[in-house]
Design a protein around this ligand. Structure first.
Ligand SMILES: Nc1ncnc2c1ncn2[C@@H]1O[C@H](COP(=O)(O)OP(=O)(O)O)[C@@H](O)[C@H]1O
Ligand SMILES: [Mg+2]
Length: 311
């Protein structure tokens, strides 16, 4: 499938010399929900702002449906809707007026039928004549989404859509976003909530310190979640794992050299533990204890972030 967004070797150094993006490569497929997961300060908003033409890149390129975001700025900008991280709305305007106005900003001709469709889709139709300041926080967020969809974009960016939103509203928002994806909109959302990425995304990218450190199918990631780790505590410190054990069992040595780590699939027919222990015995590696633990996306995330910090 032809990706709808292609980002190549994108860098950003702010005026104060801070390097917020260090060569990001990423492609986004049509009609997927892509979650960009990363801690605060990782570069999520910077990346989105560049793609949306709000911030200039220092190097690299971005195309949207084949159009360059710099050369074809007007074209690409009209293909994108952005719901920014910071909430700002015109408190005294009605829902209808503010969403209609947003469409006009993109030079699109009036289309009340489209505005109605968007408001209905976001369950805002019966609030269309209300002033925005009278709406609840969750409704205000929806108005921002409606504004971002007013000009019929193919791609919708949601920057931290549920930051500071309570759990109930967060679930509502997830429903809304899935509905939009089903209607054919490609969605890129940023989040620092692991649970959100887990619940929402078709694919997950992890960003840390201006670098994308992992991009994977959510399902594949979940499969890794189905993995358990067996830790074998050794009697004597090892410098390395015998090659034969690495090949046969994918064994890894812990950092301190005092334990071996074996990963296996909980759902598999056989765990391979019996064979592993026999092979350890044969190799003359003596151990004093073993334990097992399950991996969660949280673990994977924490491990990745730690590894990047070390390097
Ligand atoms: N205008 C700016 N000038 C200098 N540094 C900035 C500017 N905007 C963001 N940064 C820095 O760039 C890094 C990434 O910020 P941001 O993209 O907002 O991260 P995130 O959205 O992942 O929290 C942060 O360290 C932030 O302080
Ligand atoms: Mg941000």
């Amino acid at each position: 499938m032809q990706p709808i967004i292609e980002i190549q070797n994108l860098t950003k150094t702010y005026d104060d010399g801070f390097q917020a993006l260090k060569g990001v490569d990423l492609s986004i497929d049509k009609s997927e929900i892509f979650a960009l997961l990363g801690p605060n300060g990782a570069g999520k908003t910077t990346l989105i702002s560049i793609v949306c033409g709000i911030v200039n890149a220092t190097g690299g390129s971005v195309t949207i449906a084949g159009h360059d975001i710099v050369r074809d700025y007007r074209k690409t900008r009209s293909m994108i809707g952005l719901v920014p991280q910071e909430l700002t709305t015109d408190a005294f305007e009605t829902v209808w007026a503010t969403v209609t106005f947003s469409r006009g900003l993109f030079g699109k001709s009036k289309d009340p039928a489209h505005i109605e469709k968007v408001l209905r889709q976001l369950s805002l139709w019966d609030k269309k004549d209300n002033k925005i300041m009278t709406l609840s926080g969750g409704m205000k967020r929806r108005v921002l989404i409606a504004k971002a969809l007013s000009h019929e974009p193919q791609v919708l960016f949601l920057d931290e859509p549920t930051a500071g939103v309570d759990v109930e509203l967060r679930k509502d928002m997830w429903e809304v976003v899935r509905g939009l994806r089903d209607s054919g909109v490609t969605i890129i959302l940023t989040t620092h909530y692991i649970e959100e990425a887990e619940m929402m995304a078709d694919r997950i990218g992890v960003i840390r310190g201006g670098e994308i450190i992992l991009v994977e199918d959510k399902k594949a990631l979940m499969q890794k979640l189905g993995q358990k780790q067996l830790r074998v505590y050794l009697q004597e410190k090892q410098k390395s794992v015998p090659e034969k054990l690495v090949t046969a069992h994918g064994l890894e040595l812990s950092e301190d050299g005092y334990s071996l780590i074996y990963s296996y699939d909980v759902h598999g027919a056989r765990t391979g533990i019996t064979g592993l222990l026999a092979d350890l015995n044969e190799a003359g590696i003596r151990f004093k204890d073993i334990d097992t633990s399950e991996r969660s996306l949280e673990d994977i995330f924490v491990t990745l972030v730690r590894d990047v910090e070390k390097s």
